[in-house]
Design a protein around this ligand. Structure first.
Ligand SMILES: C[S@@+](CC[C@H](N)C(=O)[O-])C[C@H]1O[C@@H](n2cnc3c(N)ncnc32)[C@H](O)[C@@H]1O
Length: 194
C-alpha cells in the first residue's frame, strides 16, 4: 500500500469555492486536485494500491481529513474541474464517513491523522533536504507526508518528525507537490515492476 498525506494551509474545509477559480476562491484547492489525480490516476485506470489523504486546516469545518481510496474511487477524471467538483461535494456534505464511492471525510487534526496512519505504514516526510530517494529502501506499506505550496509550520514539522522514521528528497530543487508525488510513484514503480 502506498499512501500520501498532503498537509494544506489555506484551502478551506467548507468547500466554499467555485470551480472557475480554485486557486483564488479555494485557497489553492487546485493543488489538492492535482495531488489527488497524480496520486491515483494512471493513463488508463486508477492505482488501486494507493490512498491519498488531504488535511484541511482552514474554515468552519476544519480540521478535516479527506481520504480518497484508489481501490474504491469512481468518477475521478484527470481534468481539474470534474475532480474539483468531487472534492467540493465531499466537503460540503458535512458529517463524517463516505461521501461518494471511495471518498471519505473525517474530523481529525494532524496529530490524530498521523497517529492512525502510523499504524498503516511507515511515515516518511518528503523534504527537499532529506535523504536521496534513490538510496532509501521502503517497506511495502509507506505513508509519504508532504506540504502544499507553503512550507510546514514549525509546529507541524515537529509533529510530523515525531512520527516520521525518515525524511526523503526526490532531488535538489523544490518542486510542486503533485510533481513530487509523480516522482515517488515512478521510483517505486521501477522497483516494483522492472
Ligand atoms: C512547493 S513545496 C513547498 C514550498 C517550498 N518549500 C518553498 O520553498 O516555497 C511542496 C512540498 O513538496 C515537497 N517537496 C518539494 N520539493 C521536494 C524535493 N525536492 N524532495 C522532496 N520533497 C519535496 C515538500 O514536502 C514541500 O513542502
Amino acid at each position: 500500500m502506498r499512501a500520501f498525506l498532503l498537509i494544506t494551509h489555506r484551502a478551506s474545509a467548507d468547500g466554499d469555492f467555485t470551480l472557475e477559480d480554485m486557486p483564488g476562491s479555494g485557497g489553492r484547492v487546485d493543488i489538492v486536485v492535482r495531488c489527488i489525480t497524480s496520486a491515483l490516476l494512471l493513463s488508463h485506470g486508477v492505482r488501486r494500491d494507493t490512498v491519498i489523504y488531504v488535511l484541511f486546516q482552514r474554515g468552519r469545518n476544519s480540521p478535516l481529513l479527506l481520504e480518497v481510496r484508489g481501490a474504491e474511487v469512481r468518477y475521478l477524471r484527470p481534468d481539474e474541474r470534474s475532480a474539483g467538483a468531487l472534492i467540493r461535494h465531499a466537503l460540503i456534505r458535512g458529517g463524517e464517513g463516505l461521501t461518494s464511492p471511495g471518498i471519505y471525510v473525517w474530523r481529525r487534526n494532524l496529530e490524530e491523522t498521523l497517529s492512525r496512519l502510523s499504524e498503516m505504514g511507515e511515515i516518511t516526510l518528503l523534504a527537499e533536504d532529506g535523504e536521496d530517494v534513490e538510496t532509501v529502501d521502503f517497506p511495502e506499506n509507506v505513508v509519504f507526508v508532504l506540504s502544499d505550496h507553503l512550507n510546514l509550520t514549525e509546529e507541524e514539522e515537529e509533529i510530523v518528525r515525531k512520527y516520521a522514521k525518515k525524511a526523503v528528497s526526490v532531488g535538489p530543487l523544490s518542486l510542486h507537490s503533485d510533481h513530487v508525488i509523480a516522482i515517488i510513484h515512478n521510483v517505486l514503480d521501477r522497483r516494483q515492476y522492472s
